[in-house]
Design a protein around this ligand. Structure first.
Ligand code: MN
Length: 321
């Protein structure tokens, strides 16, 4: 999905450079200092989503800088997802479905359907455009997440790329089954590209599990369905639990079947600015990008799709014409 970040709350997402010594890893019996971050409701192409990142008090978790949870929503031919061509810079989009189907098309010439259990990973680099079309999915449920990963300075102006992973590694952990989207969990590594140290996994949980964590990472747990507890804290499906670096494991539990997303990474040590579909460092960079999209410049190419191109909203730092 596209994630227009247009409100002032989300305008500038910044994180200070972490300094000082790393906290010592806690032992397995340690209690967690967990911060519950509520999502806010946002609209993406007429569909209500719960946006867990960025929030005023929590901009990033590792390089994860944007977390939209959409559905479950019963869709019809009239309401299926139709997100026309729009540009991205400086980020990766990570699309993961629990229900439904989308067709991704982009300015690299990719056309790729995605179904539950598969991963679409688009690296924007200096610029890419894409569209997401639910044209083959006109009944039943739509449910999934779209996540953004901020690219480090080293690759954020590099070439665009797209990966589809039809199958991802799975780790059986007793009462949980983890699908590793990005990075490594319990020694099992996803083939998906990542440019900074990070992890992303979906857990299907029915009971209790202790998940090993990389103590260098900060983590977030997002409830997707069912009743979940993170440590002792109940977590609703519209909440994100933040766990600071320094933990070597976390206990997750559910009453009955539940699904959740585990996201983590080394604290992102670069200041980022986010607006609309851009992750950059300065307003000047975003102005340059929005003008390139407005002008139909080669920077973003063209997307072969039936859907109409998305216009740039008025940025708050430029006066209205
Ligand atoms: Mn998009």
């Amino acid at each position: 999905m596209s994630g227009p970040v247009t409100d002032t709350d989300a305008f500038v997402a910044e994180r200070s450079t972490p300094g000082g010594d790393e906290p010592p890893p806690h032992d397995l019996s340690a209690t967690y200092a967990i911060e519950i971050v509520p999502s806010r409701v946002a609209d993406v192409a007429g569909h209500t989503v719960r946006r867990a990142l960025p929030r005023r008090d929590r901009r990033t978790i590792g390089a994860w800088c944007f977390v939209d949870h959409f559905g479950p929503e019963t869709i019809t031919p009239a309401t299926t997802t139709q997100i026309g061509p729009h540009p991205h810079i400086g980020l990766q989009t990570v699309t993961w479905l629990l229900e439904g189907e989308l067709v991704h098309t982009d300015s690299l010439g990719t056309e790729q359907a995605i179904r539950p259990g598969q991963l679409n990973l688009m690296t924007a680099g200096h610029g890419v455009a894409h569209a997401e079309d639910g044209r083959h999915h006109t009944h039943g449920l739509s449910h999934g997440v779209q996540l953004w990963v901020a690219l480090p300075d080293r690759t954020r102006n590099g070439p665009a790329a797209f990966e589809h992973h039809a199958e991802l590694p799975v780790v059986e952990l007793g009462q949980a089954r983890a699908t590793v989207l990005v990075g490594t969990l319990h020694g099992v590594t996803s083939p998906a590209r990542h440019d900074t140290p990070q992890v992303g996994a979906q857990l299907a949980l029915n009971g209790r599990v202790e998940i090993q964590l990389d103590p260098r990472f900060e983590h977030g747990v997002l409830g997707l369905s069912g009743e979940i507890r993170v440590g002792d804290q109940p977590l609703r499906a519209d909440q994100l639990a933040y766990v600071a670096p320094g933990h070597t494991s976390i206990v997750l539990a559910s009453d009955g079947a539940a699904r959740l997303l585990l996201l983590g990474g080394e604290p992102f040590g670069e200041h980022i600015s986010m607006w609309w579909n851009f992750v950059a460092r300065t307003k000047e960079e975003m102005t340059e990008a929005l003008r390139a999209w407005d002008d139909g410049s080669d920077r973003f190419g063209s997307v072969p799709t039936r859907l109409p191109r998305m216009p740039v909203p008025q940025p708050p730092w430029l006066s209205a014409p």
